[in-house]
Design a protein around this ligand. Structure first.
Ligand SMILES: Cc1ncc(COP(=O)(O)O)c(C=O)c1O
Length: 439
């Protein structure tokens, strides 16, 4: 069958055909021939309960029968209201919720909110962003500009707006001659220097708790708290992206709270609807929100919105999902699962081509290298992503890599037995791919 679909981040010339997934049940995806694969990446890091969870499906069916979409322009809807109330009650220091459709659009909204905040406050020159190297906030042009992973974005450089980049506190491959402590301190010093040298900074924007797509950097304890304090000290906004790391992924409901940090703006997406339907939310503190209130003619209101902002069907799914979080104590489930993952670390780290294993909560990045001691990256021509995908399939699991980093990001509520299956399959996958690359 001739396909007309163009797949994301995919070299289409290498793929003659794709497995056609037609059904999802629990942790498993089924293709049209009835073969099944364990969803090791939570369908791009968003699935919480597994597929077809009855309560969420029921909430969506029931909402579909009542109201499928009604706009938040001049009206509101009961589900958008109820979800906003819930989110504000979960997220300390937050006051209002601005809805959008996915992580990228949530980050566009965050950036525009931060910029307009300062314009509304009369601080017209505060128009620049400080961001972390190798941050990732999505693929729209604003979100790319806030992030910038060179391997992904270099073709679009001409339209990416300039930002001030400071190093992120990674532990693997730190500059030669530095201890980790030196390097870590230099990261904070460079951040403070950037904040104090420039009086035109609108915000520091970063992922909360860990950087994911730019290479899986788990922040050391205290880093995010220090960054948050520096923003307060230098009078700039602190904007966090919890799209991939919040709502339990790293083992806490609200990662910024676990990190003892206080953002002015924070965005959530992915797991918000348990991965069932697109929805994202950008939360703002009262201080930020109040700056948008004025007589109409002053034109201080937020000039941003989408057709599907606050879609009631998506909000209904999110409400049911968050109810399930409470009822089934998802955070303790994640913490238990995380212990299971951690017990297998030594076994994974000992594999020949594994250079580093970085993990927290229900997230693990396994970096494959061609030389462990030299930490030598595997060349692109070895095509690790395709090899890993094909090999993992033989072991009944669906894996996706970031370059040579294998991502284990399963549904948060994965049962112990399935998690064991996933880890066993990943280990066999790494062993076999290693033999293919260095026979
Ligand atoms: C931290 C972070 N922010 C933003 C995004 C973009 O989200 P989306 O793909 O839903 O646009 C992602 C996606 O992986 C992400 O990991």
């Amino acid at each position: 069958m001739q396909s007309h679909v163009w797949h994301p981040y995919t070299q289409m010339s290498q793929w003659n055909s794709f497995d056609v997934i037609v059904k999802g049940r629990g942790m498993w995806l089924y293709d049209r021939k009835g073969r099944r694969l364990l969803d090791g990446v939570a369908s791009m890091w968003c699935n919480v309960w597994g597929h077809s969870r009855a309560e969420i499906v029921r909430s969506m069916i029931s909402q579909t029968k009542k109201l499928q979409h009604s706009s938040l322009f001049n009206l509101t809807n009961d589900k958008a209201e109820a979800l906003a109330e819930k989110l504000v009650s979960i997220c300390p220091g937050m006051h209002r919720v601005f809805y959008s459709d996915d992580g990228s659009t949530a980050m566009e909204a965050s950036a525009k909110m931060a910029l307009q905040y300062w314009q509304n406050m009369g601080e017209r020159k505060k128009t620049k962003f400080i961001v972390l190297e190798n941050g990732y906030h999505g693929d729209t042009i604003g979100a790319m500009s806030l992030g910038y992973v060179p391997a992904y974005f270099s073709s679009y450089k001409s339209v990416i707006f300039p930002t001030i980049k400071v190093p992120s506190p990674r532990k693997y491959r730190i500059p030669k001659g530095l201890t980790y402590e030196d390097y870590y301190n230099s990261c904070l010093e460079k951040l403070e220097a950037a904040l104090s040298r420039n009086d035109n900074i609108a915000a520091l924007v970063m992922e909360s708790g860990a950087q994911l797509a730019g290479g899986v950097t788990i922040y050391p304890k205290g880093y995010q708290r220090a960054a948050s304090r520096l923003c307060k000290k230098h009078g700039t906004l602190f904007v966090l992206d919890e799209i991939a790391t919040g709502l339990g992924r790293l083992g806490s409901m609200v990662e910024y709270e676990a990190q003892e940090s206080r953002p002015d703006i924070a965005s959530f997406g992915k797991m918000l609807t348990a991965g069932y339907i697109p929805l994202a939310a950008t939360l703002a503190s009262k201080r930020v929100y109040d700056a948008f209130l004025s007589p109409f003619e002053e034109m201080k209101h937020f000039f941003h919105g989408h057709t599907f902002t606050g879609n009631p069907l998506a909000c209904a799914a999110a409400i049911e999902n968050l109810n399930l979080y409470e009822r089934h104590k998802i955070i303790s489930m994640v913490r238990k699962n995380s212990v299971i993952l951690s017990k297998r670390i030594n076994e994974i780290a000992a594999l020949d081509m594994v250079g580093d294993v970085r993990y927290k909560g229900m997230l693990m990045g396994i970096e494959m290298v061609s030389d462990k001691t030299r930490k030598t990256p595997i060349p692109h021509k070895a095509n690790v992503p395709l090899r890993v995908f094909k090999e993992a399939k033989k072991h009944g699991i669906y894996l996706r890599t970031l370059g040579s980093i294998i991502m284990l990001v399963p549904p948060l509520a994965i049962p112990e037995q399935d998690l064991g299956f996933l880890i066993d399959g990943t280990i066999s996958t790494i062993e076999n791919v290693s033999k293919q690359i260095i026979p």
